[in-house]
Design a binder for this molecule. Structure first.
Ligand SMILES: [Cu+2]
Length: 166
């Protein structure tokens, strides 16, 4: 006599959320979306809660960067900033005490990329400002930054923490 007992156990497996990132980008083969390169973040000193992310954005058809975000595990908030020369006007409206002629930064609503052109987010110019960093940005670390474009929609890129531009 042969006895056999089989216990079947069926587990329902929910598909991982990681696939969501690739949803909605099926039309990327057209190649008309913004091309984002040289994405990097500056190492942040221990005493600061601010971080900066830089990149180069090129667009054949032209587009506009309208919003930026990072995971809350990286920083509480991300904003598009630019550096401008403080004038009597800007030091009145944007900063409390920057003297005329000094570079100050301010939040901007968007960055326009002209058709066939490119815009560099770089030190001393446009940058993505990370506010209330959860932890200092350490050399070699990587994290995702989600960019929202008026035409292309959301694009997620990975920033590498470096001492200088790639
Ligand atoms: Cu800034």
């Amino acid at each position: 006599m042969k006895k056999s007992k089989i216990t079947g156990l069926l587990l329902a497996v929910v598909a991982g959320a990681g696939f969501f990132a690739s949803c909605g980008s099926d039309d990327s083969s057209s190649g008309s979306g913004p091309e984002i390169t040289k994405v990097w973040a500056r190492t942040s000193p221990m005493e600061t809660s601010l971080g900066a992310v830089y990149m180069s954005i090129a667009s054949k058809d032209g587009d506009e960067l309208t919003d930026v975000s990072v995971d809350p595990s990286i920083a509480a908030m991300a904003q598009i900033h630019e550096m401008v020369m403080a004038t009597a006007d800007t030091s009145m409206s944007m900063t409390s005490d920057a003297p005329s002629g000094e570079m100050v930064m301010q939040e901007v609503d968007s960055v326009v990329i002209d058709a066939g052109g490119s815009v560099d987010l770089k030190p001393g110019s446009y940058h993505i400002m990370l506010l209330e960093l959860v932890a200092p940005l350490e050399l070699g670390a990587k994290f995702d930054v989600t960019l929202t474009f008026s035409k292309a929609g959301k694009i997620t890129v990975t920033a590498e923490v470096r001492d200088e531009a790639p």
